[in-house]
Design a protein around this ligand. Structure first.
Ligand code: PLP
Length: 368
């Protein structure tokens, strides 16, 4: 992995640490209607489908903006005004989907679990049996709030058994954890450029079942957040409807080539698991405890309790690590105090070993 040493290490996904090749891919201008850029867009859409084995069943629809923009566009486009969304919530990103649906004026309900508990498919089964008005179910694959992994396959099975449609927020898991659209029934998978794919921020994308997007014409109350119209644009002339983030596209295509060269999602998962294990072991040695049980933990982001030490304060800890070139995240839990360290990005074991040295030094500084 080539990184130039003067770059800070971002453990804040995302944005996250990217490969120098990915950043270099942005060092030119593209005309958005030029042949070269149209070809790049086509390569992007194909590679995104390939990551999730969706080439025969789904279409890839990139959209300008951050990850939340694609979630909002998907809910706006896939739900008809009379439809009803059930969101499975055990963290901030699930809550955000409830809020999006509410703002769009769509009928929405939530099933909730504590932030350290995965979604329970049996409870979903009962909820769907009890309410035939629910047309769509939204699941967050990896709840980046905590790093918790939700059970995709069992949930998808329950949703399919009831003949409803599943919308999957796979923002932090896409390109890392297994998502196989040829065997798992998902109406739409949503993700963005700047997480497990290791691109730079600036676009989200949806992989939508072809029949679903065809049927979604006219649903969206928004012009910009209309994935049907966005898709029609790509299908029509290969171009983006509105100004595309050309450098972000170039970076993401390069990042997707690097993902393939690494060995695809399985290889990336192995690297992230090694990052996580290195981090978790080293932090345990220094007295830190993980928030989640190992069975619920995805190797994407680690949430730690604050150190049980009167000298420990997150702000000072953050500043001491930042001075050593490592940027970490504050916690996002609603109840417990916590902080988070991402395990994703163009980083390997040596980076986490260096982080652990910095953590030990930072703790020494705090205790002085
Ligand atoms: C990052 C993320 C999002 C989108 O966040 P943005 O800040 O809008 O990019 C949505 N859901 C999950 C699970 C995420 O990890």
């Amino acid at each position: 992995m080539t990184r130039s040493p003067e770059d800070p290490i971002l453990l804040t996904p995302g944005p996250l640490t990217t490969a120098i090749e990915t950043r270099r891919a942005m060092l030119r201008d593209w005309g958005s209607r030029d042949r070269a850029f149209i070809a790049m867009t086509a390569e992007l859409r194909q590679r995104l489908l390939d990551v999730a084995h969706g080439g025969t069943s789904h279409v890839a629809i990139p959209l300008q903006g951050s990850g939340t923009f694609i979630v909002e566009a998907a809910i706006a486009t896939l739900l008809r005004p009379a439809d009803k969304l059930l969101v499975l919530v055990n963290g901030a990103y699930g809550e955000r989907m409830v809020e999006i649906a509410r703002r769009l004026g769509r009928s929405v309900e939530a099933l909730r679990w504590p932030e350290d508990r995965p979604v329970d498919p049996a409870k979903l089964d009962r909820a769907l049996a009890a309410d035939p008005k629910i047309t769509h179910i939204a699941l967050v694959h990896c709840e980046t709030t905590s790093g918790l992994l939700n059970p995709l396959e069992p949930v998808a099975e329950v949703v399919a058994d009831h003949g409803r449609a599943l919308i999957l927020d796979a923002m932090s898991s896409f390109g890392v954890l297994p998502i196989d659209l040829s065997t798992t029934k998902v109406a739409a998978v949503l993700a963005s450029s700047n997480k497990g794919l290791e691109g730079v921020p600036g676009l989200g994308f949806a992989l939508v079942e072809r029949a679903t997007i065809v049927a979604a014409k006219g649903n969206s109350p928004s012009l910009s957040f209309d994935l049907h119209d966005q898709w029609r644009g790509f299908e029509g002339n290969g171009q983006w409807r509105f100004t595309p983030p050309v450098q972000v596209v170039a970076a993401l295509v390069e990042a997707l080539r690097l993902l393939e060269a690494e060995g695809g999602a399985p290889a990336r998962l192995r690297r992230y698991q090694d990052n996580f294990d290195t981090l978790a072991e080293g932090m345990a040695r220094l007295g830190f405890h993980l928030f989640l049980d190992p069975e619920e933990q995805a190797p994407i982001i680690a949430t730690f309790h604050p150190l049980d030490d009167p000298h420990f304060a997150f702000d000072r800890f953050y500043t001491a690590l930042a001075a050593r070139g490592f940027l970490i995240y504050p916690g996002k839990l609603t109840k417990a105090e916590s902080f988070r360290i991402g395990c994703i990005g163009a980083l390997g074991r040596a980076d986490f070993e260096a982080l652990l040295v910095a953590v030990e030094e930072a703790l020494g500084e705090l205790r002085r």
